[in-house]
Write a protein of this length. Structure first.
Lengths: 382, 382
């Protein structure tokens, strides 16, 4: 028996973080725009987008999902075919599940997101990593893909079934030369999957120019969408592999189980999209902002790891100073979280001081200054 | 290049159906409650629920996801273990993918939702149907499961790997005796999956009483949640099969790719949940309402198919009269849709007259009367 008392906690779900400047890379690109928030009021009900369903999510004309998926998004990403997934990880799994058989090997960068590993495990595939360069830049050398592919061939007697690059990776924000990895994959005739969860919707990206066979994006991470929703783009020639139709229900795509993001995700992605198109035009300014931030933090002894000069808003920092403070502070490692919060800033995981990541994406000039000053003040105070 | 003109259609996404009484069974149980609509404003941003992530969605304490998944929902469904999926179909796939190997056979009821077939195809499993009784009741005879299981054994040399029942089915709203099917499955030592997408959140349900190994529900279909989100409940002994952890990331569950419904779905499900708990108490009244409605329509020659007396709000109707009208009406089959809309009612698919399904779930007395009168008026008018 569930008591009324037990239910009380669900009745008024307030989000504390809404009042703060949030520098966690995870939500920064997923903040929805006011008209998307309005759209949520209209379409918040379950299955609302299916009012005028004609058999499949992507074919719905009202709201304009068909146009969005089949005309606008392919243009936006310069790719042949788009389908909607529940998120980047679900897109990665869909590709792996369609392309790889149990026991196959997938070559990935060692900076890959954890879900890459888990998706491979779910398809019962093996993983072989292209190592990064280690401290302090942790870069992926594109030519190492050749080496690792050859190793797989030697060890298993056959080529890997899929090559994957994380672009940028979610730890250091490093952007490898994706085009070069595509070239290497194609020399071996292996399909190439680009995980652009932190790229698509933040920075300009052309699947054709990179020449990837598959490209993955995340709505809630980088396309100002209410989660969960993702995008999977592919070359025309890959369509039959991924979007094979059911033999029982001719219109339904097996790998997508018929329909995927039937709700708030697709509505907010569409509603936010005009802003997303606009914001990627300002990508160079975002990179400039990140470099300025990195430079300011380095001045007070907080070292940026990963590529330098940096090419993305997601940055990883190392600070012996903050770590030393934590050792003598009564709140120990939690002091940084609390000090920043006092200054209206959240997003660095409670407990971290020595290593942490953050993002400056879409921070206003004033917010950027507030964050820089906060770190300066904290270092000076202790 | 995307033009501003092309983007205009995404800027103000209005939902026409919000103004109408919607009798489409798909969204009726998914209408969110006012406090869930408010929660969407707070938590609409991508990854908002992950502000205080400690490594996995179901472990988050603020908002109270941990309590919801590990305390409240197991009580609500009388089941050992709960996990969150992207929807009922994704839950069905997760079970099939964990339990079945390529080439295995799954025994399902022939009234099963299309996604059951597609999920089986995605796992490369074969399907064997328990036939229904045909026109007009289309009932599944529970004892036929024995026959079909024996057939599979005879034909393939081994037992099916999974048994599934749709409870109720989404076409006729028939409720079979799930307990009996569970018994039959267990006689053969085959795990039993109950698809309760139209049950969980509408009517009282106890997984223990039915003795199913797995139970599936849909948030956007029947738990007043913004889509997509679903629930997968299971016996303790099945936990290791479904929720196996990654060898790379010890805390992450492979079949769920780490985390599932990281956003609007889980928030609205929690916010609506106190109302859901309350509404299932009134299930008997809902059944009474459905029977009253069915009786009134039968009086004007619109025949209810499926079980009679009916035990669920989802009903399938057959009307030769409306079909005859459509043949001489200038709007042809679309006349019914337009006539109902004039009376403030939507939800019967445009074009249908002879066969259609609808739901009376949570209609107020006044709305119910409006819908009954609408059908009476239309029949009388033509």
């Amino acid at each position: 028996m569930i008591t009324l008392n037990e239910l009380r906690k669900f009745q008024n779900l307030k989000r504390e973080h809404r009042k703060y400047t949030n520098i966690d890379p995870l939500p920064r690109g997923g903040i929805i725009y006011p008209n998307a928030r309005k759209a949520l009021q209209e379409w918040g009900d379950g299955y609302s987008v299916c009012d005028f369903c004609t058999g499949r999510l992507d074919l719905i004309k009202n709201p304009p999902i068909f146009d969005f998926i089949h005309e606008i998004l392919p243009k936006f990403l310069d790719v042949d075919v788009i389908c909607i997934t529940h998120g980047a990880r679900e897109g990665i799994f869909a590709v792996m599940h369609s392309v790889c058989k149990s026991g196959d090997t997938i070559v990935i960068d060692s900076n890959a997101h954890y879900t890459t590993y888990v998706a491979a495990e779910r398809t019962r595939s093996k993983i072989k990593e292209v190592p990064n360069s280690g401290y302090p830049e942790f870069k992926i050398k594109e030519e190492d893909y050749t080496k690792v592919i050859e190793e797989v061939k030697k060890e298993t007697g056959k080529l890997p079934t899929l090559v994957l690059l994380t672009y940028p990776d979610g730890n250091y924000g490093n952007l490898s030369d994706a085009k070069k990895v595509a070239e290497i994959s194609h020399e071996y005739n292996i399909p190439f999957l680009l995980n652009g969860a932190y790229a698509m919707g933040r920075m300009p990206i052309s699947a054709k120019e990179i020449d990837c066979d598959f490209i993955i994006g995340s709505g809630h991470k980088s396309m100002a969408s209410s989660g969960p929703i993702g995008i999977l783009g592919m070359k025309k020639k890959c369509e039959n592999v991924i979007l094979e139709k059911s033999k029982y229900f001719k219109i339904k795509e097996i790998e997508l189980l018929g329909c995927t993001s039937r709700g708030a995700g697709i509505i907010t992605m569409m509603a936010s999209f005009p802003h997303v198109v606009e914001r990627i035009e300002h990508w160079k300014e975002e990179v400039k902002k990140a470099r300025l931030f990195s430079g300011q933090l380095e001045k007070i002894g907080i070292k940026q790891l990963g590529e330098k000069p940096h090419n993305h808003d997601l940055m990883f920092f190392e600070s012996q100073k903050l770590y030393d403070i934590s050792k003598r502070h009564k709140q120990r490692g939690y002091f940084l979280y609390h000090e920043l919060k006092k200054k209206g800033i959240v997003g660095i995981k409670p407990g971290l001081t020595k290593n942490f990541k953050l993002s400056t994406y879409l921070l206003t000039e004033k917010e950027l200054k507030t964050v820089i000053d906060a770190f300066k003040d904290i270092i000076a105070k202790f």
